[in-house]
Design a protein around this ligand. Structure first.
Ligand code: SF4
Length: 463
């Protein structure tokens, strides 16, 4: 399922040696979090910066990597904005990159412009950078974001003498600290650290501002956190399955979500099926969990073409659909005559799962039963996952206003959705079973996609 996209991934490092290859590989390991832009800034007497439109592995040239000298730096991958940005101010030279979304960006832009501040592209990163530079030092500047910014953010800042990393006071997006000797790093996901042989030490705490140095890292400031609101989508879809976020392994969480779907099928009368299969790649962990919980054999039914999108990125829905077709081809031998449980993380517009069901039925699947790890998506995200409007959420075709909260409503939606996508049956995890499977308390999570409750404003956004 690629109808939902993260907007950014961050990496920062300070080392006893030149760090460019670590940062370059670090953001490459985070490429799944944003494929439109990438960039790196290092410090070597002055800040050196290179940004690109496109993916890390195909845009950076050797001479650019040679130019990015120095023992510390930051890197970024993004769906929306070209980052890092480098600025000169009374705080000195600094490069800034962030992951998240500034909900009150228009209001902030207006008031900052009224104060005479200049903007090149009216981007969120410019707002954040100006907000930091209004204060008397970098730590106070980062701390001021908590009162100025409504939304979600993780941030890395490169200055003449340090790398800083911070997570908003709710901890929406992940940010992980790691260390191996004099290589001290911070990353949006632990996989970048693990794959660079850097030991994962801990998550940056909500509201914490951390200063990285060759000696390690220290808390420069801890802001009070009114509550945590970790994005539940990270475990279900966004994060890579080899990552650990806020103490929960992504793969384990996905497996439990699949097991939970299998348990519901068991309770409601065993589903007679020959194989359980994933929609690659995001459905794999869920399908393995369903297999574990049901004992139904696991079998891939789609071949993933890893070379399908190496040369360019897709920004329109039509282009994404063409690419989706190139990316997955059906393994006919695995499908013909079979009753298949098909697992995926979520349904957004419904077109992709509908195409998958059609594709495997066309080559001879006898039955296709769709099992979805997340509850029905009822609300758009304000906090940094690529925007879907209410009109794009196909569950809203079924229920224009309100929430799917009772099991009875969920069952009605499931019957409607099965007809809508051409499946023999559809089942979702309920919000309660979803939270239970993730393994964190409900109050520690953002669940706004499903229940409409904004952790920030503590009120519902009406449909
Ligand atoms: S609204 Fe949804 S996608 Fe956005 S932060 Fe909350 S749970 Fe994550």
């Amino acid at each position: 399922m690629k109808e939902i996209e993260e907007n950014c991934g961050l990496f920062g490092m300070i080392s006893g040696n030149p760090c460019i290859m670590d940062i370059y590989q670090g953001i490459d390991f985070l490429q799944h979090r944003g494929q439109q832009y990438c960039g790196i800034a290092t410090f070597d007497e002055a800040i050196r910066q290179v940004t690109h439109y496109g993916k890390v592995g195909i845009t950076f040239q050797q001479q650019e990597l040679s130019y990015l000298t120095g023992n510390r730096g930051i890197g970024h991958v993004s769906l929306w904005e070209r980052q890092p940005v480098t600025l000169h101010s009374k705080l000195g030279e600094m490069a800034v990159a962030f992951s998240g979304n500034v909900v009150n960006s228009e209001k902030l832009l207006k008031s900052m412009k009224a104060k005479g501040k200049a903007f090149q592209r009216n981007e969120h990163i410019e707002i954040i950078s100006h907000a930091i530079m209004e204060e008397s030092d970098v730590v106070s500047g980062i701390a001021s974001l908590a009162r100025k910014i409504e939304g979600a953010y993780c941030i890395v800042v490169l200055t003449r003498d340090a790398v800083y990393a911070a997570r908003d006071i709710y901890g929406f997006r992940p940010l992980i600290l790691g260390r191996n000797g004099d290589r001290v790093a911070v990353s949006s996901e632990s996989r970048a650290l693990q794959n660079l042989d850097i030991d994962v030490v801990r998550d940056v705490r909500p509201g914490e501002i951390v200063r990285l140095s060759e000696a390690g890292f220290e808390t420069a400031l801890q802001l009070p956190s009114p509550r945590t609101a970790h994005c539940a989508f990270e475990w279900a879809y966004t994060a890579s399955i080899d990552s650990i976020i806020d103490g929960i392994y992504v793969q384990e969480a996905r497996s439990r979500l699949g097991e939970s779907l299998a348990a519901r099928d068991r309770e409601e009368g065993n589903l007679a099926a020959d194989i359980v299969a994933p929609v690659p790649m995001s459905g794999i962990g869920h399908a393995l969990g369903y297999h574990k919980g049901s004992g139904i054999p696991y079998q891939e039914v789609f071949l993933y073409n890893r070379y399908a999108d190496r040369s360019y990125t897709q920004s329109t829905q039509a282009a994404r659909e063409v690419m989706a077709k190139r990316k997955l081809s059906v393994l006919r031998y695995a499908v013909q005559g079979k009753r298949i449980v098909l697992c995926d993380d979520s349904i957004v517009r419904g077109t992709q799962i509908q195409n998958k069901v059609r594709d495997i039925k066309k080559v001879g699947a006898r039955e296709v039963h769709v099992r979805i790890a997340c509850p029905p998506l009822m609300y758009p995200c304000d906090f940094g996952i690529s925007t879907r409007s209410y009109d794009e959420l196909c569950a809203r075709e079924f229920l224009r206003k309100g929430d799917i909260l009772s099991l009875q409503e969920l069952r009605k939606l499931e019957s409607w959705m099965a007809v809508r996508i051409g499946a023999d049956s559809v089942k979702y995890n309920s919000i309660d079973s979803f939270v239970k499977a993730l393994g964190l308390p409900r109050g520690a999570l953002c669940l706004k996609c499903w229940d409409g409750a904004s952790p920030i404003r503590n009120r519902k956004k009406g449909a």
